[in-house]
Design a binder for this molecule. Sequence first.
Ligand code: PGA
Length: 223
Amino acid sequence: MKNIWVIANWKSNETIAEALEWISTVGPKLPKAPSIKVVVCPTFTALEEVKKEVVVNHWPLWVGAQDLSPFGEGPYTGEEPAPILKGLADLAILGHSERRKNFAETDEMVAEKVRRALESRIKPLVCVQDENTPVPVGVDLVAYEPVFAIGTGHPDSAENANQIALNLKKRLGGETEILYGGSVTSENAKPFLQAEGLNGLLVGGDSLNADDFLKIVEMAAVI
Ligand code: PGA
């Protein structure tokens, strides 16, 4: 049975109080199926509180960071290095197009972040804009997120996302798991979840609403 990932990318949203309210709604309702991997990626500020709640309640929920430093510990003001995130974040979203655009992140920086994440046993999830974006060695979880679809309300078609996923698997190896992200909602998630080449979804805006996010998770559990 293939894994299906449903990942909430909160971006720069949700206070600690809002984050705790969200997981107190979502946590108890998560399916126990091991092939359904649900991940929440809060801001760095909320990571610790969210992680504590998940551990105390034994919810089947991974906690992820939205980024990490390309450097180690040291004189890098404002950066969050992998050895410090270790234990708080199980996964890190790396190379998101918003970081490439707003923070001039390059493929080389993404590769360095991946290396740091792997060293600290944080699972890297690398975002690609198309089937040609470089993916560093050691990455087995990739999200196809076309820029035209992110936050626009205009998702790619499930057919095209599936084709890109199959092409990526051909290039990177069949064991690489490919997600789709870009304007996914509980209304349009189903065909993406059913696509044979895809292993789930990275959800931005719609993941902020706990009930909408749960609908997507519940859909994934019965596909
Ligand atoms: P969106 O964002 O669902 O709000 O389009 C997805 C993402 O950027 O990961």
